[in-house]
Design a protein around this ligand. Structure first.
Ligand SMILES: NC(=O)c1ccc[n+]([C@@H]2O[C@H](COP(=O)([O-])OP(=O)(O)OC[C@H]3O[C@@H](n4cnc5c(N)ncnc54)[C@H](OP(=O)(O)O)[C@@H]3O)[C@@H](O)[C@H]2O)c1
Length: 287
């Protein structure tokens, strides 16, 4: 059988790097397209690139991901976060190319007190979240059976700047760090998400899936566990969201249920503390 070919958009991002790595170790030929190589929002340019690469799958991890700046750049954020999935959907419609697109737990308002399922109604609070939901809706309206939308949350992993590196850098320079205690999510390790994405891809799953590591954590919990694992003598002091200077509103509770994924694939992802331990021990401790 020929080696399957994948095209990753946003291949140099936090998730994109994990996807490129996982595709390679799983026997795929993985291509990425940077913004210098292709204007992803130009339908003709993108179509020509896709025809040239002839992928079996496209994984779209390219997005306007800066939640704060999206508040003041709503049109630009929407043009990428809605425009790109809409364009990709129209390009793969009626073809054998499987499309995986990523969305966010922030599409929910956080008023629930149990993990959100794929059946729960989104109600985004921020501009970023509204643009991510618009991307989902644009794809769903195309009624594709070769497209899977993966909602995920609070990513960490090797390569790029992430919340764990930020916590470790801060904790190494201060005796005490202040972290928000009243925002809770599903911390998710990018290599685990990349493996789960390939599982869905290889099963040609379509529709909406929540994919996160097991458990839940406030930002404070995540920071405390990180500095404990990294063995840094710094304290974590909890502050409320109101004490943290920011513009974009966040849902206080954005935990996702893995029930649908687990039912479809036979098991859920491991709990986040196990993934965090692997990440910290491999990347942040002197051997
Ligand atoms: N990070 C999280 O906690 C989180 C949580 C839930 C969902 N998600 C979703 O997961 C996906 C991946 O997120 P991530 O954290 O990996 O994002 P990221 O690290 O910010 O990477 C985003 C990628 O998109 C590319 N990109 C941005 N604008 C572009 C443009 N105009 N043309 C071409 N490429 C462009 C970036 O390219 P450059 O490198 O050139 O800037 C980068 O490679 C996104 O859909 C995001 O909404 C993320």
């Amino acid at each position: 059988m020929d080696t399957p070919v994948a095209l990753v958009l946003g291949g140099h991002g936090l998730l994109g790097r994990a996807l490129m790595h996982q595709l390679a170790v799983s026997g795929w030929t993985a291509h990425s397209l940077t913004r210098e190589e292709c204007n992803l929002l130009d339908p003709v340019e993108l179509r020509d690139r896709i025809e040239f690469i002839a992928p079996n799958a496209i994984l779209n991890a390219a997005a306007w991901t800066d939640i704060e700046t999206a508040e003041n750049h709503p049109e630009e954020a929407l043009s990428l976060n809605r425009g790109l999935p809409a364009l990709l959907g129209s390009l793969v419609k009626g073809t054998d190319i499987h499309l995986i697109h990523y969305s966010s737990a922030l599409v929910f308002n956080g008023k629930k007190d149990a993990p959100y399922t794929e059946e729960d109604r989104p109600d985004p609070l921020s501009t970023y979240a509204r643009t991510k939901l618009a991307g989902e809706t644009a794809l769903q309206e195309l009624k594709l059976d070769n497209c899977c939308i993966i909602r995920t949350s609070c990513l960490f992993g090797p390569g790029n700047k992430d919340i764990i590196k930020s916590i470790i850098e801060l904790a190494r320079s201060k005796n005490e760090i202040k972290v928000v205690h009243d925002i809770t999510g599903s911390p998710t390790y990018t290599p685990d998400l990349a493996k789960a994405s390939l599982n869905l891809l290889e099963k040609k799953a379509s529709g909406l899936f929540h994919v996160v590591n097991g458990g839940q954590a406030s930002w404070c919990d995540l920071a405390a566990e990180t500095i404990r694992l990294a063995n840094i003598p710094s304290m974590v002091r909890g502050i409320s969201e109101r004490q943290w200077k920011h513009e974009a509103p966040r849902p206080p509770y954005a935990v996702l249920s893995m029930g649908k994924y687990a039912a479809c694939m036979g098991s859920a992802l491991r709990p986040w503390p196990q993934a965090l331990r692997d990440y910290v021990f491999t990347n942040f401790l002197a051997h």
